[in-house]
Design a protein around this ligand. Structure first.
Ligand code: NAP
Length: 211
């Protein structure tokens, strides 16, 4: 923890299309391991790295995130990226949250190891690394890739990993299962499953799906 910091807040960034138990277990594992209170789920509006890849309406992804997190008293959902026009650059979000929470709070940005691997290509990465710590959620037995190892060595005190047992679940696989009429039960909260069926999400293949 940074000297003088009194509190640690987790920022769980993702597209959440849809949110599933992999995300929830990752957030809970990071919360427990790093003593985060609360963990703020931040669904993005327009993911900058998916410019040619259509994602579901932000309204649906936000509501599914609310439904999935409602039973955990340590989880909250933020609209900070949804209410901001344009691409959802993480640096803009962290600058806003840093200003909101002030210097006595440490911010921990949690995301999948694959997403964090690309970190060096993100906008204003050096400023980003100064604003928050990063927690990369990995699967059991995940072989620390050369790139993640390099990132960790270069920014040893800023980038951490947390092992998550349920991370084999993926949003891409869930969307494919819905499209193919296969069950998605037990991969995500029942409330989210019901929401997907009620609103007919993922039945048709998006043009750039499964790129
Ligand atoms: P992604 O590229 O779709 O995800 C990469 C991998 O990480 C997938 O296996 C994904 O699984 C997993 N993952 C994603 N979010 C996760 C989470 N919160 N916890 C555990 N696993 C997670 O990643 P994304 O969701 O679009 O982006 C992740 C975050 O990075 C978002 O907040 C995004 O805005 C930010 N980002 C920022 C920039 C930038 O500022 N330039 C660039 C890229 C990403 P699922 O498919 O099952 O989710």
């Amino acid at each position: 923890m940074t000297e003088g910091a009194l509190r640690r807040i987790g920022i769980m960034g993702g597209t959440f299309d849809p949110i599933h138990y992999g995300h929830l277990v990752a957030a809970e594992a990071a919360r427990a391991a790093f003593d985060l209170e609360p963990v703020l789920f931040v669904p993005n509006r327009l993911p900058p790295h998916k410019k040619d890849y259509p994602v579901s309406d932000a309204k649906h992804r936000y509501l599914m995130t609310v439904l999935a997190t409602i039973t955990n008293p340590h989880f909250e959902v933020s609209r900070v990226e949804l209410d901001r026009e344009g691409y959802s650059y993480t640096i803009d979000t962290l600058r806003l949250l840093r200003a909101k929470f002030g210097p006595t709070v440490d911010l921990y940005f949690i995301s999948g190891a694959d997403a964090i691997l690309d970190l060096l290509s993100w906008k204003d990465v050096d400023d980003l690394l100064g604003l928050c710590y990063f927690i990369a959620a990995t699967r059991p037995g995940y072989k620390l890739s050369v790139e993640l190892g390099h990132l960790q060595r270069k920014h040893a005190s800023r980038v951490f990993t947390v092992e998550v047992p349920a991370l084999a679940i993926s949003s891409t696989d869930i969307r494919r299962r819905v499209r193919e009429g296969k069950p998605i039960k037990y991969l995500l909260p029942e409330s989210v499953e019901n929401y997907i069926y009620k609103h007919g999400l993922y039945y048709s293949k998006a043009p750039a799906e499964d790129k």
